[in-house]
Design a protein around this ligand. Sequence first.
Ligand code: HSE
Length: 427
Amino acid sequence: MRICPIGLVGWGTVGDGVVSILRQDAAVLRERVGLDLRLKRIVTRTPGRARSGDALGAVVSDRIEDLTADAEITTVIHLANGPAAKPLMVALLTAGKRVVTGNKALIAEHGDELFALAQKHGGSLAFEAAVAGGIPVIAALRDGLVANRINAIHAILNGTCNFILTMMETKGWDYAVALVEAQRLGYAELDPTLDVDGTDTAHKLAILTRIAFACRVPLTSIRTEGIQHLNADDIASARTMGCRIKLIATAAQTPAGLDLHVAPTLVPLDHPLAAVMRNFNGIYINGSNSGPQLFTGQGAGAAPTASAILADVVDTLIGRAEQTAAQFAFVHPAEPPALAGEADEVTGSWARFHVHDRPGVLAGITERLSRHGISVLSIHQGLPTSAGAATVEISTHPGRGGAFLLAVAEIDRAGFTTRPTTCLRRL
Ligand code: HSE
């Protein structure tokens, strides 16, 4: 049995999850991998705060130096957020510690600098918990799918957004009520804007892309939309079209290059991702040899995220985390790949046109779609109001999304519509 003193920086929701797994399940790790994890030091901004459980005998302080100076601790769990997260990470890596983090913003925005620091000081940096909470998708890409070129990833990567959309659809909750509940359940970021505006999903997509496609992509190259503007009408329209709306992260090879975007998307009910509900995440990966696979599980919350953190602690202690870093972080070319613009996306599309109820409107819409080479998959017109207004909803077969947007802009300009048309992609 190997006794392993470890440190923890940041004792919030996920930190609580780590402490509680160590309290309840340390024996599992002893039996399975022969590692006896001992939490020796915790660094937190609030050492005196009352908590639901004890610190398992760890010394608790608010000074990172107490931890960096402790030579017995080689492996540290970093769960800090906010402005202090980066300086704390830098202090740990500079001290040569092997660090496990769940902070996706740090890895997505400063990965190169941090991996270089780890390499320079003989440490390592593991980040399984940064993407999709408890789902071991980094390990799956590293190990199980290593013999594949990845053609496409479509993923639900934010538990908060998926919870909100699920509650709006299944319980008729307002967006704001669902968001407050997601915060209460510990799914949301400190600043929940990062969840709902798609930023958190873009961070995770950047990390997945680096591993799946062996390339670095600047965050700014991921076209990102959130779910803030969705309303009950959109949810109802999705149902009419045999779909539900999910915030989908896409990284897909197209003839024009790698297409990277995050957007609310109609997912047909028979697509595997449609069954991913509440705070669950789902990552649908199409490998050249494996074919399509769906990885699903809880993408947010204390225990699932802590489960991934402790898997990384084990990886770090047995040397596998260094292998991941060497494979994916240190060696790839710095140049970003060719990227497909929005006009070159290959996607199904959907639009809701608010129109005047008069002869020729439907013909005018379909004529412009046809002129842009767009093939209609389904069409639905609601009964007109007494004021002579109606809605027409159209979804299309997959094609060039850019052509669809051009056609919609022409339809709006031609005066058939009474307000700008709402569009969504469709998987
Ligand atoms: N705020 C994130 C989410 C937590 O809702 O998915 C996990 O990264």
